[in-house]
Design a protein around this ligand. Structure first.
Ligand SMILES: C[S@@+](CC[C@H](N)C(=O)[O-])C[C@H]1O[C@@H](n2cnc3c(N)ncnc32)[C@H](O)[C@@H]1O
Length: 297
């Protein structure tokens, strides 16, 4: 497989390409965000409206998890076709704003479909709505979850790895190798068989969900009901983008993508419709920024 560092291609030459900090670029176009820092800008707005105003070929990597249309506190379920068309709308915008060697990691789960499926993988329903090239499906497997009586207890969600150009994309394998190798000293013809920094982490990642509840709440838990685990997003940020890249999460939720991006020296922009979540993101990111600044002194 071709793995090429994104520095081999430049972002499109648009009128903003001379600005050093991409956050300044974005603020120049979209105006003052709900909250900002040196490396981030978060807008309390609809993501399609926001992305519409951005120039093409700006973003290196998008990581996101949309509402799944299953009645969570932050969504009003739509008829399925309407929901899928809406997904097509924001996915096309992500494609447009992604730079030529950029990528898109999409996390999706399952939806019921009347008389057809109890839990249809959203990946099956969205396949023709995505103008990107699909490299691979990653299975995120977790231990805890609801226990069902009439079917197997669900313990996975999918992450789809899309790229704009199938021959030019970032894949920093050494950044995400799994050090848990069974026979690290095994040799063939006098040479170590395994890479000394670890093995390829494979397309199944076992990472605990962010849990809530008395005595079992994860330490990273925020009030948001659908928070990504940091370990998972850290792997995506390190493996599929480079320092100083611009990341995007159009459905920011609790701000996990933004926290990971800032901690790994990337820039990040995002949209979140709900004001209460934006307030939580603001607090979370200013805490992270203060922590990182205090480490410098
Ligand atoms: C699945 S959650 C994202 C959770 C996030 N991955 C995290 O780690 O916290 C989806 C989020 O999208 C937000 N949302 C829904 N429709 C939106 C829209 N049109 N534009 C921006 N945000 C939206 C919801 O309020 C919700 O917080």
């Amino acid at each position: 497989m071709t793995s090429i560092n994104s520095s081999t291609l430049t972002n499109t030459e648009n009128e903003f390409s001379n600005l050093a900090n991409p956050i300044d670029t974005v603020i120049k176009i979209l105006g003052e965000p709900f909250c900002r820092g040196e490396k981030y800008a978060i807008y309390n707005s609809d993501c399609i409206t926001g992305m519409n105003k951005l120039p093409a070929d700006l973003v290196n990597l998008t990581i996101t998890s949309p509402p799944y249309n299953i009645g969570k506190e932050y969504e009003t379920p739509l008829p399925l076709n309407q929901y899928l068309n809406w997904c097509g709308d924001w996915i096309r915008e992500i494609h447009r704003v992604t730079c030529l060697d950029g990528a898109f990691w999409l996390n999706v789960g399952y939806v019921p479909v009347d008389n057809i499926a109890k839990a249809m993988p959203l990946t099956y329903l969205l396949w023709d709505k995505v103008p990107f090239f699909l490299i691979q499906e990653l299975v995120w497997n977790y231990g805890a979850g609801v226990a069902t009586k009439h079917s197997l207890s669900p313990r996975n969600e999918k992450f789809l790895w899309y790229v704009k150009n199938k021959d030019q994309y970032t894949f920093n394998l050494d950044e995400i190798r799994d050090p848990d190798v069974k026979y690290p000293n095994q040799k063939k013809n006098g040479k170590l068989r395994c890479n000394t920094i670890g093995k390829n982490p494979s397309d199944v990642w076992q990472i605990a969900k962010v849990t809530s509840g008395a005595n079992r709440s994860s330490s990273e838990r925020t009030p948001h009901p659908a928070q990504f685990p940091m370990d998972l997003i850290d792997r995506l940020v390190k493996g599929f983008s480079n320092p100083s890249d611009l990341l995007l999460d159009p459905f920011m939720g609790s701000g996990t993508t933004a926290e990971s991006a800032i901690r790994h020296n990337r820039y990040v922009i995002g949209f979140e419709l709900r004001n209460d979540y934006c307030l939580q993101i603001k607090e979370r990111l200013s805490f992270v920024e203060n922590e990182l600044t205090s480490r410098l002194f």
